[in-house]
Design a protein around this ligand. Structure first.
Ligand code: GTP
Ligand code: MG
Length: 316
């Protein structure tokens, strides 16, 4: 499956909502772009969690492009898509690898956001590229957490370094990186326990892990991925800012995109957190990780709306 199809799969719920709502704007043949129309459009954009800022920017673009004209649905979606692609544009490269030797990736986020599953997906991706991977189970809070990662490691055929429950996560991270260096592995991915951005001591623990890894390998961690749960919508944004303050995050993995109609949330995340969205999660298996590409993402989002424009008026 290409990127476009994989986004389509992940965006089913969001696209469905968008489809219904946008079509509702165009019950008759065409529609005059006046204030009433622009207000309704604004509501639709807000409902898909695009955020106020982006919704305003898009409405403004539609106003300037089409004002006082009678337009068809596809005229408006074309304008929205172009603006969205522009808003989502970001520098390429999904993962920053070390120029040579070991790449260390640290993964953090609030409880249950999808960290461990995303690590399994990343490990599978690296394996498919022929890279040797070592996982560090630095979530020592719960025995079950270590077990969960260990099961993935076995399934994927990658090495894992674990620690006793309650042991210092930074020391597990340290041992994982040391093991990866000794094996001459290509990538070491360190899992961390979920935590709230308000838990000062736990946030400091992240800083410590970061610092310890940095002493072992120059430039490490090369990526600090913040895993956000798409189903929580815009709540993830303030979390993201706090995490970025505590440990310098380098990118976002937006997990569970498949589970929400709020897929538009990727836009305010991009705009307000100021980090690139590197991957999105579109399911629970190790294959359900898609490198984020704004153009394919936006095209997939509007595919259904644009597919049968003539059916809009007839079906209602
Ligand atoms: N549908 C769907 N479910 C996902 C996705 N990513 C993770 N999940 C599910 O979300 C739940 C939590 O995922 P975990 O990977 O354990 O989350 P975590 O952040 O490691 O959780 P803690 O370690 O407890 O903080 C699991 O049931 C996963 O299967 C995704 O992209 N789509
Ligand atoms: Mg976990």
């Amino acid at each position: 499956m290409g990127l476009f199809d994989r986004f389509r799969q992940g965006l089913k719920k969001t696209a469905q909502l968008l489809n219904t709502d946008v079509r509702d704007l165009f019950k008759r043949e065409g529609r005059l772009v006046d204030d009433a129309f622009l207000d309704e459009l604004f509501e639709v954009l807000i409902k898909m969690d695009l955020g106020v800022q982006a919704a305003q920017q898009i409405v403004e673009e539609v106003r300037q492009t089409h004002r006082a004209r009678v337009v068809q649905l596809t005229d408006v979606t074309a304008t929205i898509k172009e603006k969205l692609k522009q808003l989502l544009a970001q520098p390429g490269e999904p993962i920053q690898l070390a120029p040579e030797g070991l790449t260390v990736i640290m993964v953090c986020g609030v409880n249950g956001s999808g960290k461990t599953t995303s690590i399994a997906k990343l490990a599978k991706l690296f394996r498919s590229q022929g890279k040797q991977v070592v996982l560090g189970a630095a979530d020592t809070f719960r025995a079950a957490a270590v077990e969960q990662l260990a099961i993935w490691a076995e399934r994927l055929g990658v090495d894992i370094v674990t620690g006793e429950q309650g042991s210092d996560p930074a020391s597990v991270a340290h041992r994982a990186v040391a093991a990866a260096l000794e094996k001459g592995a290509d990538v070491c991915i360190v899992d961390t326990a979920g935590r709230l951005q308000t838990q000062q001591n736990l946030m400091q623990q992240l800083t410590k892990i970061h610092r310890v890894i940095g002493k072992q390998v120059e430039g490490a961690p090369h990526e600090v991925l913040l895993v956000l749960d798409a189903t929580t919508g815009q709540h993830g944004i303030s979390q993201a800012k706090h995490f970025t303050d505590a440990v310098h995050c380098t990118g976002i993995v937006l997990a569970k995109l498949d589970g929400t109609a709020k897929g538009g949330v990727v836009v305010p995340i991009r705009q307000q957190v100021g980090l690139p969205v590197k991957f999105v999660g579109v399911g629970e298996t190790a294959d359900d990780l898609v490198p984020f590409d704004p153009d394919s993402f936006v095209d997939a989002l509007f595919e259904d709306v644009e597919a049968e424009p003539s059916a809009a008026g007839q079906s209602r």
